[in-house]
Design a protein around this ligand. Structure first.
Ligand code: ZN
Length: 380
């Protein structure tokens, strides 16, 4: 008994004084819709609670030590006037003094992001002022937003993994004129890589030649490269040969509509050519993703997909009838990397088959995707 007591006494002080987690940075920013964004970055996955004293929001992080040299990065025009930190035992409180009162932040506006690039774990909260002062704030902040964007220098080089669908023994869909999906999407993927690299992004292709890759292998490349964005390029086919246009998909366990589910089934069938290993990977990824993380990845993916649809429409690229952005359980998107599957057009439609083959139309598609990447907010 005495031996055991001695061990406990020796261990306890270390546990009490060395918090497992530590605060790295706190920063604020302005989001679309004039929302204030508050980001708390920590070295480990934080366990937290949030309270709302008058004109404050207080985030309590358990088992976390303060950053004694913290200089919060404060964007202009947010609701946050000042940020302080207070250590009490192993609990660290981040106290944000607010210019205006806010309501409790809904769960859907709180994201917990895993490390990527130079970022550690990030607890991200978006909120706006309660009450009806929003209009005034919006006009007052319009200038601030643009000036803060102008002065914003990219924190790091963002990494984008471009996935040309299908390949090798899997041709994907084939147009009446014999055009193969795997050939068209590889050509677009290579052009996209060149343009994004030239625009300052770190880029990787899942395949750079006519090889077959399983869907999980593609997703895994996104993970291994610590990608910020994963873009899977495809072309569509429809029994109705008149059907044309692009559509963009993000991952969800439940399809947004029957058409989206059918497409996911068709694209996922690429794995039926070689199913070994997929189930296991899928299970691991599911375990690795907490529900909050899933929520964060899904939210960022939808944000990207919406922006991408906007750029396609601006470029006057024909849109498939129905919603431009849909959701379905695509195996290739199942990872911790935000991303989208882009169906560039229909190979089953004779005029679109001609377009998809043409270099000038491919350039147009690439230009729209590059713009969508440049408009996407990587920094959360
Ligand atoms: Zn495909």
């Amino acid at each position: 008994m005495t031996g055991l007591t001695a061990v406990i006494v020796a261990v306890l002080p270390r546990v009490a004084f060395a918090a497992r987690n530590s605060l790295r940075t706190v920063r604020t920013g302005i989001q679309p819709g004039n929302k204030t964004r508050l980001v708390i970055e920590t070295t480990e996955r934080p366990s937290y609670s949030i309270s709302y004293p008058a004109n404050q929001v207080v985030i309590t992080l358990s088992n976390t030590s303060a950053n004694r040299s913290l200089v919060p990065a404060m964007a202009a025009g947010t609701l946050v006037n000042a940020i302080t930190q207070a250590q009490s035992g192993d609990k660290l409180q981040i106290i944000a003094d607010l210019a205006k009162p806010i309501n409790e932040i809904p769960k859907s506006n709180i994201m917990l992001l895993s490390p990527n690039g130079d970022n550690d774990y990030r607890l991200v909260m978006d909120f706006s002022a309660s009450g009806n002062a929003a209009g005034m704030v919006a006009s007052a902040n319009a200038k601030n937003t643009s000036s803060s964007q102008q002065s914003k220098t990219p924190a790091r080089k963002y990494t984008i993994v471009i996935d040309a669908g299908h390949g090798g023994k899997d041709p994907g869909c084939i147009g009446k004129g014999g055009t193969k999906e795997k050939v068209v999407v590889l050509s677009v993927a290579k052009k996209l890589k060149d343009k994004l690299s030239a625009a300052g992004y770190q880029t990787y292709l899942t395949r750079s030649n006519d090889t077959y890759l399983k869907l999980a292998q593609r997703a895994e490349i996104g993970e291994k490269k610590h990608a910020d964005l994963f873009l899977s390029l495809h072309a569509n086919a429809n029994p109705r040969r008149s059907m044309k246009g692009f559509s963009i998909y993000t991952l969800s366990e439940k399809a947004s509509d029957e058409e989206a589910q059918k497409l996911a089934d068709a694209e996922n069938a690429a794995d039926k050519i070689d199913v070994s290993g997929f189930e296991q990977f899928d299970k691991n990824i599911r375990i690795a993703l907490s529900s909050l993380q899933q929520h964060a990845v899904a939210a960022m993916s939808v944000e990207y997909a919406n922006g991408c649809a906007t750029q396609f429409k601006k470029a006057k690229i024909t849109q498939q009838p129905g919603p431009a952005v849909r959701h379905a359980p695509f195996a290739v998107l199942r990872s911790t990397v935000p991303g989208a599957l882009i169906e560039l057009g229909h190979l089953s439609n004779a005029s679109e088959e001609r377009l998809l083959k043409s270099s000038s139309h491919q350039d147009k598609l690439v230009a729209a995707i590059v713009k969508s990447v440049q408009a996407y907010d990587f920094d959360v």
